[in-house]
Design a binder for this molecule. Structure first.
Ligand code: PNS
Length: 169
């Protein structure tokens, strides 16, 4: 790998359905050592269901969360993550690693992505311990059953989540 390549930009990919405080924490940690983070909303290749928020809504929510932070760009992508990274000229993928249970899937994806494009490196960041058991799917489930998720999502997301769930019911 060449040593003169700039690595100041990172892609932080995910489903973000919706963005949580854990995701936000990972973005801020990335900004400690990167000049720019592209938060990239993608589809899981195996995903059958549409999800709660549309891709456009997820993008909009993330933009609202990082309004006023010019180092964060938000984008949606379909297709391979490595192709999106190549198009953007980014060589670094960041993923949050919450617990050992994440490891197998994340390790598999990182190695597969490296196989697909050896110029792209994956870096794992540990979130704040407060978020180590937090996931967007649990947030959706708890909120849909009437539980309080206000400490797990940014306030803008909380409002949209409650509206969305009341529309659906
Ligand atoms: O938040 P998630 O659901 O764990 O994010 C998964 C995501 C979107 C990062 C992953 O599914 C992905 O990269 N999808 C794009 C398609 C792709 O490149 N698949 C091959 C991965 S090795």
């Amino acid at each position: 790998m060449s040593s003169n390549r700039t690595r100041r930009s990172a892609i932080y990919p995910g489903s973000f359905d919706p963005i949580t405080n854990g995701h936000e924490d990972i973005v801020h940690r990335t900004l400690d050592f990167c000049d720019r983070v592209i938060v990239a909303v993608g589809h899981r290749a195996t995903q059958q269901k549409q999800g709660l928020f549309t891709i456009a809504e997820r993008v909009e929510l993330i933009e609202e969360v990082f309004r006023g932070e010019p180092r964060v760009e938000v984008a949606a992508f379909s297709g391979l993550l490595v192709d999106f990274a190549r198009e953007r000229g980014v060589h670094l993928i960041v993923r949050g690693l919450r617990a050992v249970s994440d490891f197998e899937y994340e390790f598999q994806m990182a190695l597969m992505n490296r196989d697909l494009n050896p110029d792209i490196e994956t870096l794992f960041l540990a979130p704040d311990a407060r978020y180590s058991y937090l996931s967007a799917s649990l947030v959706r489930e708890i909120a849909s059953l009437g539980g309080d998720v206000s400490e797990f999502v940014p306030s803008v997301v909380l409002g949209r989540l409650l509206n969305k769930l009341s529309e659906a019911s």
